[in-house]
Design a protein around this ligand. Structure first.
Ligand SMILES: C[S@@+](CC[C@H](N)C(=O)[O-])C[C@H]1O[C@@H](n2cnc3c(N)ncnc32)[C@H](O)[C@@H]1O
Length: 272
């Protein structure tokens, strides 16, 4: 079973228009497998019939559900542990020292999927900077284009497999309690994070940021959009702020805008 070529191309265009995500020409199997459950839920006899509808009368909710089903949400707690180690040992202590007068810190996890990245940041703060969590004004925001992922992130409940996949499962577990075979993160951790839907096609979130996590999402964007997003991020990052990207994304960054903070950590960048 394969979808019609014109329908595959229509989905490539819709996905790019809505999220800037690129879908390579060989990904028809992905469209087929991801959209089959959507077609079935909405009563379409086939994926082609669903796409025909998406191409015809626009139905915002249906379009949104289909687009969200096509995004890649792969994530886990403390993904890229070397980056988190550098965050805890160097970035956070240095920024906290620099913010002693204002006692405020702002951190944005900009494509946080189901929340594990933002909760990992919260755990880093709670474990290594408890005085900051207790007494400072910490703005920690997690955003994603997918409403389903943000709903999951707000819930803050994960399966044993999701907990054990990450490198520091014992640290995550210490901040959870068991809830009917799943693990719910503590209320104090949940309260630290403001989860919101936010599509990066709309640009950076309002405000000035000390640290922005933009990891494992740049790879899906075309060069032109990457450049405009990085330019806008550069403007909303504090001059001594840090942009943190995915381990495989450093080659895709603009050397005129950002530079590695330290040869020891190539995923942590400072604005030029
Ligand atoms: C592969 S996950 C990465 C999650 C996390 N940052 C990590 O590194 O583990 C990519 C996330 O980017 C989100 N995403 C894709 N395009 C987006 C856009 N235009 N705006 C906001 N989020 C987007 C997807 O919904 C997905 O949850």
């Amino acid at each position: 079973m394969t979808i019609r070529r014109d329908n595959f191309q229509a989905i490539q265009t819709l996905l790019a228009e809505q999220t800037q995500n690129e879908l390579s020409d060989d990904k028809d199997y992905l469209v087929e497998t991801r959209l089959a459950p959507v077609a079935s839920t909405y009563g379409f006899p086939s994926v082609d019939a669903l796409i025909d509808r998406l191409r015809g009368t626009p139905d915002r909710q249906l379009l949104r559900t289909a687009i969200e089903a096509l995004l890649i949400h792969e994530t886990f707690f403390f993904r890229d542990p070397a980056t988190f180690q550098y965050l805890e040992e160097t970035v956070l202590p240095r920024l906290c020292q620099a913010r002693l007068a204002s006692r405020s810190l702002s951190i944005w996890s900009a494509a946080c999927s189901s929340g594990q990245e933002a909760y990992s940041i919260a755990i880093s703060l709670a474990d290594r900077m408890p005085h900051v969590v207790a007494g400072w004004n910490v703005r920690l925001v997690g955003t994603d284009a997918s409403s389903a992922m943000i709903a999951r992130a707000r819930l803050g409940t994960y399966s044993p497999l999701e907990i054990s996949r990450g490198p520091f499962a014992d640290r995550v577990l210490r901040h959870t309690r068991e809830e009917l075979g799943e693990y719910g993160l503590s209320d104090s951790l949940r309260k630290m994070i403001d989860f919101r839907e936010w599509n990066l096609t709309g640009g950076p979130l309002f405000g000035q940021w000390d640290i922005v996590f933009l990891r494992n999402v740049l790879i899906y964007f075309p060069e032109e959009f990457r450049r405009s997003l990085m330019t806008r991020l550069h403007r909303c990052l504090s001059p001594d702020g840090v942009l943190i990207v995915g381990a495989s994304e450093t080659a895709q960054l603009q050397a005129d805008l950002f530079q590695p903070l330290d040869p020891a950590c190539h995923t942590c960048l400072s604005p030029k």
